[in-house]
Design a protein around this ligand. Structure first.
Ligand SMILES: *Cc1c(COP(=O)(O)O)cnc(C)c1O
Length: 397
């Protein structure tokens, strides 16, 4: 059988191999300190569950409008008005089956052969793969830990060509936890308008920020850039509702319409019950977020302090999201039982097999010098896991 060429263009994530090993170890009865989770460990908020129970009991269990029910679109519109001061109409909102699905609709509606899409590295694993599925070309813009993963405007300008269709921004960022400041966003906005480049702003971690940091949406910087931006967001991370599969986009009418058309011929509407749950979360979930972020902040400080106590590991304090992204370059090339551990992937495998610590290697995020540790687990798991990690490092030659 000859498969479509797009299947050979994309690479299945190497993280899957790792999570298969984690599952196998757990199935054998081994204890694993799991830092791989891409989701909060908290239960979904009661306001969301209650809305879902009510939806089931009242028989709200049929097809809905493909692009989402009006009441949910209104709750999303209220959110943008309240949090970002942005005004959208219903025709500028699309609700999909998770933000990943939102981004996939976007890729299919916007990109084609010859298009280039700029992605700052390190990046969320799915961006380049979705661009490749849509026959376009991801163009990477390296950023570095030493400058807080800030975007250098000159470097950005140098990556722009007449084929550049869009730039993907993700602030706070998965995997680095870094955020863009207002000035950077203003500079990027100016450049994007000059060159007629669409901004794709993935703001899924918007509410998970710490210390004095503030989230700025690039779309909120003025009416021109608002018209030139599509915001992607969802309830997965903010309300710990990953399994409900509700994501949404807000942006220019024609683009939202095209994305909705693609959705109408693929998944149809997101689950009716989950849409009701999302309304509950968006309208009544503030207290839940505050509680969760307070807890995550404690874990954030614990994991960063613990990682920095281990010689050979250096970890900056993340500003947002729930990932620590330590630099482990100094451990690369160290040996275990005669074998050199030359890559983050090899090191992550070593930690899993020899220290019962599961973390995600940097390669699929575009970093050959880092590991990603999710800190959504309990403080006990974090403290004990770091102890094991330190013992593992001590065994390296
Ligand atoms: C988790 C995540 C998403 C997708 O979330 P959904 O569960 O599909 O809503 C999108 N972008 C980033 C950066 C993420 O970390």
């Amino acid at each position: 059988m000859k498969l479509a060429s797009r299947t050979t263009r994309i690479t299945p994530s190497p993280t899957l191999q790792l999570s298969a090993t984690v599952k196998a170890l757990v199935a054998q009865g081994q204890r694993v300190f799991d830092f791989t989770a891409g989701e909060p460990s908290f239960d979904s908020p009661e306001v969301a569950k209650d809305a879902a129970y009510a939806a089931i009991r009242s028989g709200f269990t049929k097809y809905t409008a493909v692009t989402g029910i009006d009441d949910l679109k209104d709750a999303i519109i209220e959110k943008f008005q309240r949090d970002q001061g942005l005004t959208y109409s219903r025709s500028q909102i699309l609700v999909s089956c998770g933000a990943k699905h939102t981004l996939f609709n976007l890729a299919l509606a916007l990109f084609e052969t010859g298009d280039e899409v700029i992605i700052p590295t390190p990046y969320w694993v799915s961006y380049p793969e979705q661009i490749l599925v849509a026959d376009a070309k991801p163009v990477f813009l390296p950023t570095s830990e030493s400058s807080g993963y800030a975007i250098d405007l000159k470097a950005l300008e140098a990556t722009v060509t007449d084929r550049t269709k869009a730039i993907i921004l993700n602030s706070p960022c998965n995997p680095t936890g870094s955020m863009y400041d207002r000035q950077t966003l203003e500079d990027i906005a100016k450049l994007a308008l000059q060159h007629d480049i669409l901004i794709i702003s993935d703001e899924i971690y918007e509410k998970m920020i710490y210390d004095q940091h503030r989230h700025h949406s690039i779309a909120s910087l003025g009416p021109d850039i608002a018209r030139n931006t599509i915001i992607v967001n969802g309830v997965s991370k903010t309300y710990s509702m990953t399994g409900w599969r509700i994501g949404y986009a807000a942006g220019p009418d024609p683009l939202i319409k095209a994305m909705g058309d693609i959705q109408s011929q693929s998944t149809s509407n997101p689950t009716s019950i989950a849409q009701k749950a999302a309304i509950g979360a968006l309208r009544g979930g503030d207290a839940f977020i505050q509680h969760m972020v307070k807890e995550l902040d404690i874990r954030r400080k614990a994991i960063v302090a613990g990682l920095n106590r281990i010689t050979g590991i250096h970890c900056p304090m993340p500003s947002g999201a729930f990932y620590a992204f330590p630099d482990i370059a100094r451990l690369l090339g160290r040996r275990f039982q005669g074998q050199s551990l030359a890559t983050p992937f090899a090191l992550a495998n070593f930690f899993l097999k020899e220290a019962q610590v599961a973390c995600v290697p940097g390669e699929p995020f575009g970093s050959p010098t880092h590991l990603r540790f999710s800190y959504t687990g309990t403080l006990e798991v974090i403290e004990e896991g770091l102890q094991h990690l330190a013992e593992g490092v001590a065994r390296l030659e």
